[in-house]
Design a binder for this molecule. Structure first.
Ligand code: NAP
Length: 242
């Protein structure tokens, strides 16, 4: 088995997750590219990155997460960095939102909590070291009409970061969030053109961000950062500073 440190990136088969996998591979990590349904792109990325490998799990299903963790144990034997990047969104106003829509969004932070507990128990606590980076969002701070479950989930991710940081401080396991603004990925591609224009008008840098611009900050937190802990780093072109 390779001696290289291992980074698990959830939702690594698409968008920001893919950029995080590339950035961490460039830092010398063997990357476990997690996916739920984007298996083809995740496996293609893993092949391109060389030492990397794809791992499937639905974060809405604990058994699936248990299988993922067992696979990591078998294939890598360690997880040094966990990037909780997976996220789901449904766009609809409060009164049109269905309970099933809410559940499809809320199952991701629930599964993220469960996965993180598994990774801590199995790998990081034994080694007394680790880095956890949670991908939240600017809208968890500002709110956003039409995205109530999503904004609740993302505000929750930052609260998760702060609370977990306090539980783990002293064991060399650092926990931080990266809160992207509007980044050019499939998630934002789906937005109607008038909504996109309204968003651009709110961004002082007058453009959407690139996935690589988020991944760079994730890579810093996963490697060089040693005294940034329980923080939310905003990557949003000046929209919101916290
Ligand atoms: P994306 O391409 O839609 O990525 C979402 C990822 O989450 C996908 O890879 C998907 O995996 C995974 N996922 C969703 N539900 C899942 C589940 N139940 N179990 C396991 N994996 C699940 O969008 P993105 O823009 O790259 O977003 C990445 C992260 O950044 C998300 O947390 C998002 O909320 C956050 N973010 C994005 C923006 C933006 O402007 N794009 C802004 C702020 C925050 P599969 O495709 O394999 O199913």
């Amino acid at each position: 088995m390779s001696e290289a440190p291992v980074a698990l990136v959830t939702g690594g088969g698409t968008g920001i997750g893919t950029a995080c996998c590339r950035a961490l591979a460039a830092e010398g990590f063997r990357v476990a590219v997690h996916y739920r349904s984007s298996g083809a792109s995740a496996e293609k990325l893993a092949a391109e990155l060389g030492e990397a490998f794809g791992v499937q799990a639905d974060l809405g299903d604990e058994e699936s997460i248990d299988t993922l963790v067992a696979t990591l144990k078998e294939r890598a034997g360690r997880v040094d960095v966990l990037v909780n990047n997976a996220g789901a969104n449904v766009n609809a106003p409060m009164l049109a939102m269905k309970l099933a829509d809410y559940d499809s969004v809320a199952q991701v932070p629930r599964g993220t909590w469960y996965l993180t507990r598994c990774i801590l128990r199995r790998f990081m606590l034994r080694k007394k070291s680790g880095r956890i980076v949670n991908i939240s969002s600017v809208v968890g701070h500002t709110g956003n009409a039409g995205q109530i479950p999503y904004t609740m989930a993302k505000a929750g991710m930052d609260a998760f970061t702060k609370s977990l940081c306090q539980e783990l401080a002293g064991r060399d396991i650092l926990v931080n969030s990266v809160a992207p603004g509007f980044i050019d990925t499939e998630m934002t591609e789906e937005l109607p053109e008038d909504v996109k224009q309204a968003i651009l008008a709110r961004i002082p840098q007058q453009r959407m961000g690139r996935p690589e611009e988020v991944a760079e900050v994730v890579a810093f937190l996963a490697t060089r950062a040693s005294y940034v802990n329980g923080s939310v780093l905003h990557v949003n072109g000046g929209m919101y500073g916290g």
